[in-house]
Write a protein that binds this ligand. Structure first.
Ligand code: ADP
Length: 259
């Protein structure tokens, strides 16, 4: 018998507006979806529709105006999942070495225990960054910096990773390699991920499911589950899968349709 995987979180009818002296901007309206434990969910939508606002709400940085977020923990407890947030830029501090950057969150939160430091050291080893621990961010390639930023995020042992266009600062070729590489590492770590991207190909190649949002105020226009036949795990394999063009055109049609 297969065990039913629960949603780690569920959003029900989430709405949000920004208020300023110039008036009200409604960013999100009636947004409902769940994310299963271990699932990779990509969110795409037109620029300015409300994607980052949605991620900030999930992260707990903004309070929704309407709606609720429900959490499901396997042990029945009500604690909110531990969140890791990765942004467009790696935001590594140049005045700290890569290793000092990686343990910054642990340091700030007074969590520098032996076990956690061992975990960080293991990640440096697994991600082939051992030799670069004492380097400054500017001495590393874009891909290595993203790996270091990922170690900093994973050091806090998040259950849910929120990624806001994490690869968009990289050039195209590096982006292909790094996105496939980082997602493989996140899958291996058994994490759940929500990734925002404006790149449909990236969404299809990295995610188990894609949500398409409408223009502002964002509503969920369509949900598409992705199943690709992959001959190998190279960064290009997903893009060469026979199902890929069909998914791409479905998402594209939805993105450009008016309603
Ligand atoms: P996206 O991530 O899809 O590009 P955002 O979530 O950043 O969109 O923004 C959604 C809308 O809310 C945009 O029209 C943006 O201008 C507006 N917005 C974002 N942040 C603020 C803010 N702090 N105050 C007022 N309006 C904002």
């Amino acid at each position: 018998m297969t065990e039913k995987v629960q949603n780690i979180i569920e959003l029900n009818n989430i709405g949000y507006s920004y208020h300023s002296l110039h008036g009200e901007t409604t960013a999100l309206k009636n947004i409902s979806f769940g994310v299963k434990t271990g699932e990779f969910l990509a969110i795409v939508g037109p620029s300015g529709c409300g994607k980052s606002t949605l991620l900030s709400i999930i992260a707990g940085l903004l309070q929704p105006e309407t709606g609720t977020i429900v959490v499901n923990n396997p042990d029945g407890s009500l604690h909110y999942p531990r969140i890791g947030y990765m942004l467009q830029h790696d935001h590594l501090f140049e005045w700290r070495t890569i290793y000092q950057n990686a343990i910054l969150g642990l340091e700030i939160n007074h969590m520098l225990t032996k076990d956690r430091l061992e975990h960080v050291n293991r990640l440096f080893h697994d991600y082939d960054l051992d030799k670069f621990k004492d380097k400054r961010p500017s001495e590393l390639s874009g891909g290595m910096k993203q790996r270091a930023a990922l170690i900093r995020t994973l050091a806090m042992d998040p259950q849910l990773l929120l990624m806001d266009e994490p690869f968009s600062a990289l050039d195209y070729q590096t982006r292909l390699m790094v996105s496939a590489d980082i997602c493989k590492l996140i899958r291996a770590a058994g994490k759940t991920m929500i990734i925002i991207t404006h790149d449909l190909s990236e969404a299809i190649s990295l995610a188990d499911r894609v949500l398409i949002l409408s223009g502002r105020p964002a509503t969920v226009k369509k949900e598409l589950s992705i199943h690709l036949s992959l001959p190998d795990d190279s960064p290009l394999a997903a893009r060469n899968a026979p199902e890929f063009p069909n998914y791409f055109s479905q998402l594209w049609e939805e993105l450009i349709s008016e309603n």
